[in-house]
Design a protein around this ligand. Structure first.
Ligand code: ADP
Ligand code: MG
Length: 944
């Protein structure tokens, strides 16, 4: 198998290569026999080009086809099966294939999808023949040329790995899979006299290699030659193959042994890897005859030399691996595996992923030694060997997550450069859209506020003006009134005076005529009389003048009064103007504030776009950090909005403000080290403690966001220990108790379910009263997703052998059974998983002698629900329940209750109709070996 330097080529490598090696790098499209040997230099050059962009070098392309070390990856879509035709009838497939462009579109939602390129895209209509030709034939041709090669199938259980590789095609020859077709090509190409083919057929389960040809042989050692790096299995049975029929027989025998072995261990075949090894040994002829320097002029001498030379034999091997189902059993905790089991089952698969990553990134160290599978493949994978990977996927949108991770595995295998990773996990485009909408909303709200404000200012101004105008009008009117009144009075008094004066004149002329007669006589007397009337008149005029003065004074007073009023109105006007100026200032401030916020939003948008770009460059493990950052952006937008809502005057000081600023600074600070480094550091810099403290924030929005951030972090195994150490588990449990919000309950329960994958955490959850908190949450919950999370958490606890009794005493089983009221299939599947987990642990405890008496599940009344759902139409529910029934039935002490509750019929049905052969066989074995079941079946006259 290739080492780091081997993959990188270089002078050492070229020197190591012999001519035989070089020959294989020529195009596989050329016939194996007519292929000319290439030079060593070409070979090392080609090897380097393995890192080329797969999109530009599609499979089958002559120029690219000879590239070794580059894993060729095809994706194959299984047609909808009967169940999906019904269950997904109203939904589109989660993928759309464009085989002519070698592209696959993974639907994210109704309006968006991600596109991935593969070397080959095989639709649900692709024939087995075509699949063989594009996936395996080039590898088989390489093997016939003397090179090791590997064909692997990777994908979720049920997507067609075994269909692609292992179909025997006895009834329908068109259905023959890759193993059968490869052997046909090999047998057709070799010479029966000089060459030989032999096979081993093995199973790898929980890091143990078992021989599928001789079942007793079940712990086979892997041996590596330190000099050549060749891998061999000296303990494995090797059978020489002479014809196709005996090979098919051998495959059938291997399959039968595989079922038997899995039934005995009570495991499923989907959890094990099946490995077919085909060893090809060919003698090389003809080359020495053409070698220069031999004495050709003398035919006899040449023949003599040839006959003395030892024959050259070329050995190679083809490894066909039907990998274990790629579904994440450690995450789902399915079928009651303890964490240790889950780790062990997945070890080989995850080690394979790590090796592919290391190879793809040209890392100097490839961790082949980490698992049996990678040790086995060491000399047949990458490097000088040709490797083909077919990733199988199903169409159901319900398994979109698994399908996406299968596609990402395939993409990684093709080389990192062509990978679109985080974009798929997290929907950045829609986040961008959402932010745009938020910004538009903020801008519109601000515009409205500004318009209202301007209207208000205008209204105040108009009101002030109309008041001033009215005051002026009033003043002018009253002034005019006073003036005319005064004038009228004045005229009248003048008239009165004139009248009086005229009267006086008349009186004085009459007096003149009379006085001329008696002038002397009456002179004294008249003078006295006239003096008296004059003084009366003067007094009258004086009085009039006095009145005039008074009138004038009162008018003046009134005028003063009016002047005072005018002054008052003028003051009012000045105050209104001052207010207008103040309001204008305020408006200016608002505008400044708005501009600043808009600038801030623009910066945020820029950072978001930057993040989106970065997602193209960082690897899968950074998902949580990226998601975290995005959540932070959401929080920031919320804060920005609330600052807007509060008129932009006050700054809200929360923990998140400082957290955000740290987050942003860390972005800026680290920008020189590349995005990957900055995101990896972010979590550490922000500090888990700070995030956890926000779980207790008084602001409900912030609380929800914080719990979401914690849940996202808890989804990553690497963070779980840190979260628990920092008290996160306790805080999450407290949230179940203290919060009334269903979203908080749902997200917190999800996080707890994730943390509950780990055995230590399971005990901590129990110690902190987790069961009663989860039961309480379940009792209050209405949202099926909340119930699903709670049931998932309890189901994980059910898989812990040590917690069985406590779990039951604290009401765990009752809580599980209580949740079936919701009826949602997702919830029922989790309940069923919990019951299966519990039943499995119980069964194990009974076998080990740690438990006596009836199952606690039966004691707690779970049996009627189990029986009712044993044939549930949803496959996950049915599968868990069928397993649970088998576990319960394995113990004679449960048999009577099972019979009385009708479980016997379900067992009979399972033994006949279950789609999984291993469970079918297990049920049959239980029925035939249990005396209680046997006697009941005899009583009912049922043949068994
Ligand atoms: P896996 O090995 O990945 O668990 P299987 O090969 O057992 O999956 O396939 C599951 C079921 O789907 C089988 O019944 C198989 O016959 C069917 N199947 C898989 N791939 C195809 C296909 N391309 N066309 C038709 N049926 C398929
Ligand atoms: Mg299979």
């Amino acid at each position: 198998m290739a080492s780091g330097s081997y993959r990188n080529g270089g002078p050492k490598l070229s020197a190591k290569l012999d001519r035989q090696h070089s020959a294989v790098y020529s195009t596989p499209k050329a016939s194996a026999k007519s292929r000319p040997p290439a030079t060593p230099a070409t070979a090392s050059g080609l090897r380097r080009s393995g890192a080329g962009n797969p999109a530009s070098t599609p499979a089958g392309n002559k120029g690219d086809a000879g590239v070794p070390g580059r894993v060729r990856v095809a994706v194959r879509l299984r047609p909808r099966n009967a169940e999906e035709l019904v269950a997904d009838a109203d939904f589109a497939d989660c993928v759309e294939l464009q085989p002519e462009l070698k592209r696959l579109k993974l639907r994210k939602n109704n309006w968006d999808s991600e596109t991935y390129e593969f070397d080959e895209v095989l639709t649900e209509f692709a024939s087995q023949k075509r699949v063989y030709e594009v996936v395996a034939k080039p590898v088989v041709e390489s093997v016939l040329e003397g090179y090791n090669g590997t064909v692997m199938a990777y994908g979720q259980t049920g997507t067609g790995k075994t269909f692609t590789l292992g179909m025997l095609g006895e009834e329908d020859s068109a259905a023959r899979g890759i193993m059968v077709r490869a052997m046909e090509d090999i047998l057709a190409d070799i010479s029966a006299d000089t060459d030989s083919v032999s096979v081993s057929y093995l199973q790898l389960y929980m890091e143990t290699v078992q021989d599928l040809l001789v079942p007793g042989n079940d712990n086979i050692a892997i041996v590596e030659d330190p000099k050549t790096g060749d891998v061999s299995l000296p303990g494995a049975t090797i059978v020489e193959i002479r014809d196709q029929r005996s090979f098919v027989e051998l495959l059938r025998l291997g399959e039968a042994h595989r079922f038997a072995a899995n039934t005995k261990l009570n495991t499923e075949s989907s959890r094990s890897h099946a490995i077919l090894m085909v060893h090809v040994k060919r003698s090389v002829k003809g080359r020495h005859d053409a070698e220069p320097g031999l004495p050709t002029e003398n035919g006899n001498a040449s023949r003599l030399v040839s006959s003395l030379r030892p024959p050259i034999v070329r050995k190679s091997k083809l490894v066909v691996v039907d990998l274990a189902g790629s579904e994440r059993i450690d995450k789902s905790g399915s079928e009651g595996h303890t964490l240790e089991e889950a780790k062990s089952i997945n070890l080989s698969l995850s080690a394979l992923g790590k090796c592919i990553n290391a190879l793809a990134e040209n890392s100097p160290h490839v961790p082949f030694r980490d698992s049996k599978l990678t040790r086995l493949l060491r000399d047949s994978f990458g490097g000088t060997a040709r490797t083909s990977l077919v990733v199988t996927i199903g169409p159901s949108p319900r398994h979109r997550g698994e399908t996406a991770s299968t596609i990402m595995f395939g993409q990684r295998a093709m080389k990192v450069e062509n990978m679109v990773k985080l974009k798929e996990e997290f929907d950045y485009k829609s986040l961008c859209r959402r932010l745009d909408i938020e910004i538009d909303k903020l801008i519109a709200a601000n515009e409205r506020q500004q318009k209202d404000f301007e209207d208000e200012v205008e209204r105040i101004r108009e009101e002030a003006q109309s008041r001033i105008a009215e005051a002026e009008r009033n003043y002018m009117n009253s002034l005019e009134n006073e003036r005319s009144k005064y004038q009228k009075d004045y005229m009248e008094s003048i008239k009165t005076l004139e009248k009086k004066w005229r009267m006086n004149q008349q009186i004085s002329s009459n007096d003149k005529t009379t006085v001329e007669h008696d002038q002397c006589l009456e002179k004294t007397c008249n003078i006295e009389g006239s003096t008296a009337s004059k003084s009366e008149e003067i007094a009258g005029v004086r009085q009039l003048l006095q009145n005039e003065r008074l009138l004038q004074e009162s008018t003046e007073e009134e005028v003063n009064d009016l002047k005072g009023q005018v002054l008052h109105w003028k003051n009012l006007e000045a105050a209104a103007s001052a207010e207008i100026i103040k309001l204008r200032k305020l408006q200016d401030n608002e505008a400044n504030q708005k501009q600043k916020l808009e600038e801030e939003i623009t910066i945020l948008k820029g950072q978001l776009v930057q993040l989106s770009i970065e997602t193209d460059e960082v690897c899968g493990e950074d998902w949580a950090s990226m998601h975290f950052l995005c959540t932070e952006f959401k929080i920031l937008i919320l804060q920005t909005r609330s600052r807007f809502d509060r008129g932009g005057s006050g700054k809200i000081v929360t923990g998140l403000d400082s957290l955000m600023s740290q987050a942003r600074h860390s972005q800026i600070r680290d920008s020189g080290n590349g995005p990957k480094a900055s995101i990896a550091k972010l979590f550490e810099q922000v500090g888990l403690q700070k995030i956890l403290s926000l779980l207790e924030s008084e602001d409900a929005d912030i609380r929800i966001h914080a719990v979401k951030v914690v849940a996202n972090l808890a989804a990553e195994e690497a963070n779980q220990e840190k979260i628990v150490e920092a008290g996160g588990l306790t805080s999450l449990l407290m949230l179940l108790k203290s919060s009334e919000d269903e979203t908080v309950h749902r997200v917190a329960a999800g996080a707890i379910a994730n943390l509950a994958m780990n055995e230590t955490n399971q005990e901590l959850i129990m110690d902190q009263g987790g069961i009663s908190l989860l039961s309480m949450t379940a009792a209050d919950a209405e949202d099926p997703q909340t119930l699903r999370m709670v049931a998932g958490a309890v189901a994980n606890l059910c898989g812990n052998d040590k917690l069985q009794t406590r779990l039951r005493v604290e009401g765990g089983i009752k809580a599980l059974l209580g949740m079936v009221r919701c009826g949602h299939p997702d919830v029922l599947a989790q309940v069923a998983r919990g019951i299966a987990n519990f039943a499995k642990c119980e069964s194990r405890a009974s076998i080990q002698g740690n438990k006596v008496g009836k199952s606690l599940l039966i004691e707690d009344g779970a049996l009627p629900w189990i029986v009712k759902n044993a044939n549930n139409e949803a496959a996950p529910i049915r599968r868990h329940i069928e397993l649970a029934l088998c576990h319960l039935a394995q113990h004679e002490v449960n048999a009577k209750d099972m019979i009385s509750e009708g479980a016997l019929w379900e067992l009979v049905r399972i033994s006949r109709d279950c789609s999984r052969e291993d469970i079918r066989t297990l049920a049959r074995r239980i029925l035939t070996s249990s005396p209680t079941f046997q006697s009941e079946l005899r009583r009912l006259r049922i043949e068994y």
